[in-house]
Design a protein around this ligand. Sequence first.
Ligand code: GDP
Ligand code: MG
Length: 272
Amino acid sequence: MKNHPRILVFIPAYRCKAQVVRVLDQFDQRVQAWIHTVMVVDNRSPDGTLQAAIDRGTARIIETNFIAWRNDDNYGLGGSHKAAFRYAVEQKMDYVVVLHGDDQADIRDLVPLLEEGVHEQVDCLLGARFMSGSRLKGYSWFRTFGNRLYNKIFSFAVLRNIYDLGSGLNLYRVSSLQEFYYKSFPDDLTFNYVMLLASYHRGQNVRFFPISWREEDQISNVKMFRQAFKVLGLLAGYFFQRGSFLASELRGKAFDRYSGQIKCFQEAKFSD
Ligand SMILES: Nc1nc2c(ncn2[C@@H]2O[C@H](COP(=O)(O)OP(=O)(O)O)[C@@H](O)[C@H]2O)c(=O)[nH]1
Ligand SMILES: [Mg+2]
């Protein structure tokens, strides 16, 4: 056994065949030494993302268990989180790390914090693109401006300093996810915003850390203006109704379960 907590790295992937292989390449020995299982969650991509992940994952992820999972239905990004969080609870993991499959964030930014033991002091350790020490590459000034503005609005509403409302690299303590309070949260890309509000509302210990972020060949699925309005609506709902808003049904289509199939499981070779 590795002398470390049980950490599941969950990689949500949708139509990112070219990028997901680069994400798996981030897992060098120093990273793998910390991880119990790497799990790619493919949200039924039509472009061969799952197979690309299996090919590279089984070759690259040697000292850590590797799982390729396919959702039983199209659950969106939020729904993929729900599937992975339930898996982490069932497998008695200590922490779950979310790393987006489109190679914008880099898990190597998290390793120094694990080495320092920062994860032991928090419930949520959230990668931030907009704080001192963050490194943005190729991210447009307009998006940077919009993100910073929204960070300010949210910070004002919850009276906390928020440096990112949802980057592609986050760590959560699994005991804080045990209860399925996030089941009714949106299944789409706005899941993270509600998750963050709920973390504060539940009195969890939330901390941000600076990350690097690239925009190269990634195709964002975010419809910027549409999402910007939706997010303000979510914040207003929370601001006026607090706990009852978080407990309300926020999904367009409610799934009963967030199930999936393990399409590939490769056991760690060198975990003694
Ligand atoms: N849009 C979208 N992304 C998904 C889904 N399932 C997993 N993802 C992954 O979620 C990540 C974030 O999506 P993206 O469109 O890049 O959003 P952005 O980075 O905030 O602009 C990507 O790595 C996707 O591969 C899904 O159903 N829809
Ligand atoms: Mg992205």
